[in-house]
Write a new protein. Structure first.
Ligand code: AMP
Ligand code: MG
Length: 406
């Protein structure tokens, strides 16, 4: 337990997470299955882009020395997209051409059809065109062999289009980590059940499942178990063969908070025992010999959310080798009064917007504390305030963790 931080600051705990957030193994997948995955290779193009010099407009290809307004050229042919023309275009000649079609040799500009008048096989130019007008030169975007995507990029729709253009029918991506989740508590019942006396519905594991999937993990949902040492031990042991195990509840100082002792018994090495923050103080971060990274999160729904966002998500990002996996901290102005903070760092749910001058602004959610998930719904940020701060003044700048991309 020597290496364990018994009361880590948020920054120290985030550093611990970084140290255990090593990238996982890789696999090759077809493009059709690659949406949302993270690249683990550099993708290079196997051809020039564009692969030939082409027209960007429907119109007439010509030699730019013939491109003055008022000129009349003779139409000697037509090139459609997908066709090819080997014949040199001579002085005084034009070829009808479509968007995406290759320019004939000798042509170096295209006049838009809207800027012409056609009579029989003659075309009159109603505007001047200079060399290169409405044309993209072979290799203008990039040359064969050039990098189109770096390792560590998450693949969105545009990136998939880029891979397809570059000839990457399959891509090497990071394996999605398996993340086991388990809720604990005698009081918990499923969403389908109307709670009877003393019971509450389990909101944490549905929320954690969504957080895991949003982060790119593969969730193994172990449901919830009662606060019974034997049952808990079996359930926790069953999650230790995954890449991550995420527990909620049972880690405070109560008589039925058995989780820490069971984790130790099962050989989980604690790296963080508590974090000096509110909400989320009783958070445990550890590792098991199986390679499993263990996160025991508080039972209070918002505490579980904050601890997940600060610690579990970056660990999953690290496993995925995400280059941009860092937490997104920004500064924002708040028109609201935030309460004095006390001995621990504070996180308060907020909503980001831009004021009339384009200044990033955050307003606090009406929120009753760590059990109140309802007051948290709709938050797009967490406002972070250090310990021992007095009440804030309207207009103060605060540090904000973005929960959505802005
Ligand atoms: P604990 O950390 O087990 O002491 O739980 C702290 C608070 O969170 C208690 O009020 C629990 O009833 C509540 N809680 C624990 N687990 C869950 C859960 N899965 N869903 C909703 N609330 C929970
Ligand atoms: Mg409990």
């Amino acid at each position: 337990m020597d290496e364990c931080l018994h009361m880590a600051s948020v920054t120290e705990a985030v550093d611990v997470v970084r140290s255990i957030a090593t990238p996982g193994s890789t696999e090759s997948v077809p493009l059709s299955e690659a949406l949302g995955r993270v690249l683990a290779e550099t993708v290079r193009s196997d051809i020039d882009h564009p692969p030939f010099t082409k027209a960007m407009m429907d119109g007439y290809a010509l030699r730019s020395e013939d491109g003055s307004a008022g000129r009349e050229l003779s139409i000697v042919g037509q090139v459609a997209a997908g066709a090819w023309c080997d014949d040199d275009l001579l002085a005084g000649q034009a070829v009808q051409i479509n968007t995406g079609a290759p320019l004939p040799p000798g042509a170096d500009a295209v006049i838009r059809v809207e800027d012409t008048t056609v009579t029989g096989d003659r075309v009159k130019l109603n505007a001047s065109v200079a060399a290169g007008k409405n044309v993209t030169i072979r290799g203008e975007y990039l040359a064969s062999g050039e990098t189109v995507l770096d390792s560590g990029r998450r693949l969105g729709p545009v990136e998939l289009g880029v891979c397809a253009s570059a000839g990457a029918a399959r891509v090497v991506v990071r394996r999605r980590p398996t993340v086991s989740i388990l809720g604990t508590g005698d009081e918990l019942v499923d969403v389908s059940v109307k709670p009877s006396r003393g019971q509450i519905r389990n909101s944490n594991t549905p929320m954690m499942r969504a957080l895991v999937e949003q982060a790119g993990g593969r969730c193994a949902d172990h449901g919830t178990v009662s606060d019974d040492v034997g049952v808990l031990e079996d359930a926790i042991a069953g999650g230790l063969d995954s890449d991550f195990l995420c527990l909620s509840g049972g880690i405070s100082m109560g008589a039925f908070d058995f989780v820490p002792a069971i984790l130790e018994k099962l050989g989980v090495r604690f790296l963080v025992r508590k974090v000096s923050m509110k909400p989320g103080k009783p958070t445990i971060i550890g590792v098991h010999d199986s390679g499993c990274r263990v996160f025991a999160l508080p039972g209070n729904p918002l505490s579980a959310f904050v601890a997940f966002w600060l610690f579990v998500r970056p660990a999953i990002d690290g496993f995925l080798g995400l280059g941009d996996g860092e937490l997104r901290w920004v500064a924002a102005r708040t028109p609201d009064v935030l309460p004095a903070t006390g001995a621990r760092e504070n996180f308060w749910p907020g909503r980001l917007s831009l004021d009339g001058n384009g200044v990033l602004t955050v307003s606090r959610q009406a929120w009753q504390g760590s059990g109140d998930l309802f007051g948290f719904a709709g938050a797009s940020a967490l406002i972070r305030r250090s310990a021992d701060q007095s009440e804030s003044v309207p207009g103060d700048n605060v540090r904000v963790l973005m929960l959505e991309r802005f």
